[in-house]
Design a protein around this ligand. Structure first.
Ligand SMILES: [Zn+2]
Length: 191
């Protein structure tokens, strides 16, 4: 079977064959329990939590990783590994076209690029194991939230969640840890 070159096609393909879940119920049981408690505490304190991604398929992770690297010029198309069941051709036989094809996928998947995220989506992401979540947490001003020990902590809203160490500390009491280089990303171990 002929391989299909990188581009928008693969965004559509992945939406059928390599679906991401946005449901907390698809997560690893232990992490799910911890995350539910954290979200409950956030909502009880007056925050709005929007879960954007939970469990990711390994095929989707493969596409995320290499399109990001190739589009940003961090890898040549020839450096991309292969993945069973994903007949993608990263090399269009022309450097600019290869980059453009990968960029179509970065845009189509809505991947975070610098300065929002300076690391390529991982091939071994905690999302694949169901131990990570991407979520937006918002509130107005400063609010009080209960940590796992039941103690109330005052936390100001910050538009850049990567800077909000008090919020990170709150999550950690529930076993939900922030990756500070990836805006919406929290996991069981902070990676
Ligand atoms: Zn994530």
């Amino acid at each position: 079977m002929a391989k299909q070159v990188s581009g928008k096609y693969w965004v559509t393909w992945a939406d059928t064959h390599a679906k991401n879940s946005t449901s907390i119920d698809d997560l690893d049981a232990d992490f799910k329990r911890k995350l539910k408690e954290f979200i409950q505490a956030l909502e009880a304190g007056g925050a709005t939590v929007k879960v954007e991604a939970t469990k990711r398929s390994d095929k989707r992770a493969y596409l995320f990783h290499w399109c990001w690297k190739i589009a940003l010029g961090k890898a040549k198309p020839s450096e991309a590994t292969t993945k069973g069941g994903v007949d993608i051709q990263w090399d269009h036989g022309d450097a600019a076209k290869s980059k453009a094809g990968a960029q179509e996928m970065v845009s189509g998947f809505g991947l975070a690029v610098p300065p929002k995220s300076t690391v390529a989506p991982s091939l071994n992401s905690n999302h694949i194991a169901g131990k990570a979540v991407d979520m937006e947490i918002t509130w107005a001003g400063t609010k009080k939230f209960k940590n796992k020990q039941g103690k109330e902590v005052e936390i100001p809203y910050m538009s850049n969640p990567n800077m909000n160490t008090k919020l990170h500390e709150l999550g950690a009491t529930y076993g939900v840890k922030k990756l500070k280089t990836d805006r919406p990303h929290w996991s069981h171990n902070g990676t």
